[in-house]
Design a protein around this ligand. Structure first.
Ligand SMILES: O=C(O)C1=C[C@@H](OP(=O)(O)O)[C@@H](O)[C@H](O)C1
Ligand SMILES: C=C(OP(=O)(O)O)C(=O)O
Length: 428
């Protein structure tokens, strides 16, 4: 929606030749928001360098300031100095950020005061009861099962053991673990149910807790044990957001060009790293040397049969690639995407079919057949990754107009300008 309330349409740039470019991405949303939570609970001042500044991370900064942390900015806002303060009540706006909705309530339960949570209309239907019920079982008092809801903080949380069904989102586990060391008895989270999605994101949580001196016992499957302890202040540098890199790498794949992304970590828990294997299987050449990832697109993009359960946030990019491939694709293991920013399976199927594509929505994924696409409006559903998926399609299909491209500000403000300078080979 534009400022005047009308739907805004962005004419997606068409690639006139193979894209040859290099692009540097800002920091990871997932690492930035975890670092901020841990810093707000730490035993002293922390510094977060290379932080992502976007709607989701600004909402996290706002939430933690409300609860009592002092957060100051340097280096154009990408270095954040965080000094924890006594936790208190207030109003927290979650926007559409899963990390704010699921990571902040456990912090609020530790506050001395009442914390009211609300968010965007679409956030009010995102699953949240699992983390709220778990907090109740651990001794917190909470009204509500989704946004809006209220946490009546009492300055401490008993903690202990809780069994949850985290099959709808890994963020339920991460949220409880991030604050768990500050609970009187720590926390033991056991998962019971269908497999937990997005496991690398839980590994990211565990790795960052350990870096802050917190013990996390992961010796039993589907069980995470965090004994009570102080959370050490840290000086952390955030990796670039590899999931946000995927539309840029996809541009090489669909145009037969060459795209490089510097500062690509040699090893990482970020889901975005899985794009390397995915693009290779679709026919691209992928190489990594001296911290630079390079993708060289194929003559013909092949379809892929892939289980994206662990890396669901890559689905919009992979679906756009699949819609442009010359053989069928099957994207599986991603039923939980119905609880993301929007029902991503329905949204992707609707938008690709609208352009002439052949997509069948299954219970846990998408079947995509090759079909010639034509121009038209690509709706974004307030979902940053839907918007960037439309930009990928627009590279090779004439007349694609992406509705509400500004929604990319959730994790990548300035996407339009970055995309344009990238396409002209001007980006860094
Ligand atoms: O913890 C995180 O930072 C995230 C976990 C994942 O959530 P789900 O487990 O709900 O898929 C991922 O999709 C989301 O983009 C970020
Ligand atoms: C699922 C996503 O976000 P959130 O952190 O809001 O869950 C995402 O970025 O793809």
């Amino acid at each position: 929606m534009g400022e005047d309330g009308r739907v805004s349409l962005w004419r997606a740039p068409r690639a006139v030749s193979p894209i040859e470019a290099s692009v540097t991405l800002p920091g990871s949303k997932s690492i930035t928001n975890r670092a901020l939570i841990l810093a707000a609970l730490a035993d002293g001042p922390s510094t977060v360098r290379g932080a992502l500044r976007s709607r989701d991370t600004d909402l996290m900064i706002g939430a933690l300031r409300t609860l009592g942390a002092t957060i100051t900015e340097r280096d154009g806002g990408t270095t954040l100095d965080v000094t924890p303060g006594p936790l208190r009540g207030g109003e927290v706006h979650c926007g559409l950020a899963g990390t704010v909705m699921r990571f902040v309530p456990p912090v609020a339960a530790l506050a001395d005061g009442t914390v009211r949570f609300d968010g965007d209309e679409q956030a009010r239907v995102r699953p949240m009861s699992t983390v709220l019920d778990a907090l109740r079982a651990l001794g917190a008092e909470i009204d509500g099962d989704r946004l809006p809801c209220t946490v009546h903080g009492r300055g401490a949380v008993r903690g202990g053991s809780v069994t949850i069904d985290a099959s709808a989102s890994s963020q339920f586990v991460s949220g409880l673990l991030l604050s768990g060391a500050a609970f009187d008895e720590g926390v033991t989270v056991r998962h019971s149910g269908e497999p937990v999605p997005s496991m690398p994101h839980i590994e990211m949580t565990v790795e960052m807790l350990r870096a802050a001196g917190v013990v996390v016992d992961t010796s039993e499957p589907d069980t995470w044990r965090v004994p009570p302890s102080t959370i050490r202040a840290v000086d952390v540098t955030v990796e670039p957001d590899l999931s946000n890199a995927t539309p840029f790498l996809a541009a090489a794949a669909v145009t037969g060009g060459t795209v490089s992304v510097p500062l690509w970590p040699e090893s990482t828990t970020q889901a975005g790293d899985a794009i390397r294997g995915i693009l290779e299987r679709m026919g691209a050449e992928v190489s990594w040397a001296d911290g630079v990832l390079t993708v060289r697109g194929p003559q013909k993009l092949t379809g892929i049969d892939v289980d994206l359960h662990d890396v669901g946030e890559l689905t919009p990019t992979v679906a756009a690639l699949a819609a442009l491939a010359d053989s069928p694709s099957s994207l599986r293991g991603i039923a939980h995407l119905r609880g993301h920013e929007t029902d991503r399976l329905a949204a992707l199927a609707t938008e690709i079919v609208r352009l002439g594509g052949a997509v069948t929505e299954t219970a846990d994924g998408l079947e995509i057949e090759p079909a010639p696409l034509h121009g038209g409006i690509w709706h974004s559903y307030a979902d940053h990754r839907m918007a960037t998926a439309g930009a990928i399609v627009g590279l090779v299909v004439d007349g694609i107009e992406v509705e509400d491209i500004g929604t990319t500000a959730k994790t990548l403000p300035g996407f339009e300008e970055l995309w344009l300078s990238f396409l002209s080979g001007r980006s860094s």
